[in-house]
Design a binder for this molecule. Sequence first.
Ligand code: GLN
Length: 283
Amino acid sequence: MITIAAVLKGARQRLADSDTAALDAELLLCHVLGKSRSYLFSWPEQEIDELVEAQFEHLLARRVGGEPVAYLLGRREFYGHEFLVSRDTLIPRPDTELLVDVVLEKLPAEQPLRIADLGTGSGAIAISLGLARPAWQLLAVDYIVAVLDLVERNVGRLHVGNVRPLQSSWYSRLDGVFDAIVSNPPYIRADDVHLKRGDVRFEPRSALVSGADGLDDIRLIIHGAPARLRAGGLLALEHGYDQGAAVRELLQGAGFQSVQTRHDYGGNERVTFGFYGASDAQR
Ligand code: GLN
């Protein structure tokens, strides 16, 4: 038998290459024990049984091999909610919470707005908006069927009543007009070295990479938006740290006004938004 403290110590040493070695080890041990992190800190001398240790060892070996903790646990927290994630989806990032914040800040809370989240993945954006704004109707759009099953499961687990999954490649199967369109599309350049490091190596390329300059999907979304937005409707997009100027220019060129960019937790330009063809009075 081995104690919690000893298991964690050994695991931290084996995970020395991870920036988050201690946290990774704790999250994996919590998962196999079915306990919270506070339990680990309260009972460091508690012994764990061999079966649990073997399960932990299995996950630890995969983590040492580089697999993201979120995939090993099958879940990740975003905007204060726990989302199921799978290898079919991008792992929700803290920086993407900024996109949710912008939409919550810019749109009236009590009106029955229609909003589409394009390339929803785990559904983290659409579901976080739906939970925060029960009056809104959210469409969680993705073209990968396995992804939509996951969205359905997250909708069920989080008891959100106003989010509907829809299979569509961007706008291809959308009907009607929307008050807002929001998206965290793929935006990494095909030759970006960052794709060969860390968690992104295990994430679906279709959720990450978008052509030679990383802007192919952003261009499609911006060019298609005017036909799908009401006058004054909001388009809000996440993008790469160095794509802010390009996205502002694309939005202005497509007839968007009051175009602005917000910075992420690391101080990089990360979310750009604008309102379609509206005067100030309509906003
Ligand atoms: N921000 C992610 C990364 O750099 C990319 C997410 C995306 O392409 N939408 O790993």
